[in-house]
Design a protein around this ligand. Sequence first.
Ligand code: CP
Ligand code: NVA
Length: 318
Amino acid sequence: MKRDFLTFADLTDDELRSLLDRAKALKEARNARREVRTLAGRTLILLFEKASTRTRLSFEAAIAQLGGHAITLSPDHSQLGRGEPLADTAKVASRYCDAIMMRTFADERLAEFARNATVPVINGLTDGAHPVQVLADVFTIEERLGKLKGLTVAFIGDGSSNMARSFLEAAPRFGFSLRVAAPKGYQPPPELVHPQLCSVSDSPAKAALGADVLVTDVWTSMGQEAEKAARLAAFSGYCVDQALLERASPKAFVLHCLPAHRGEEITAEVLDGPRSAAWDEAENRLHVQKALLETLVLAHERALGIGAQRSPAAGVTA
Ligand code: CP
Ligand code: NVA
């Protein structure tokens, strides 16, 4: 009965399109400081098993600005950390709230949590996906370039990372081409690579040539700290610097989901320069996640036959 957002596969093409349009309207409303209280009285639980700055702040701000409330549990502050079963936590947390966002390690851990939850569950980053981030990235690309279809995006760095995997999933859904440049051993599994729209190489220079957008992310993701030295060596030559950016289209810009390591995957000159969209990208988490929360929570209420009583009609289309 409830719908989750664990990967892009959980939403239809029409729902993804509406979500981007709704995020745009919500951004305009926020910029004008027009209140939109479509989720008044609702509660969002945020469960973190890894660190976060943007995900926590943007989800907390999103639900608060929509009239609701967030409860956040960080890694050391729940019984999960002391071994309480995931299923029990999911069942109990569902009784207190209208939606749950979880950030964790294995994708199967999130899937197990979602199977046991009775309210919508949102993937706030797993080892294998970061779909709310890529939703914000796609929104940012469309905001800057006015379209998605037909564009070429180059992802330079860890091709097996959560960010690369979610970009590989997003490309065919939104109709852009994706070139992944990653060293051997860090390339995505072939089954994730769309045969027409996506390609993989070990050449950042080739991937960047004429691209509309360059994307990068850290070389060592959360949970991979023990591999840091090996990764630093493997990724040398994959830094997004001014020379690489100059190979891209003259209007190209750079995305980085942050946190960044200046001097590793990206130079300070590029990240802090005029062709960086990283700060808009971070802000856009707020707007797309508001649209996502509305989509999932209000649909769940409609499915339960309670939406009409609880949604302030005046606010729903604001
Ligand atoms: N980009 C992102 O998800 O940031 P945090 O790890 O700070 O949440
Ligand atoms: N790939 C990074 C993204 C952080 C937002 C990680 O998983 O640590």
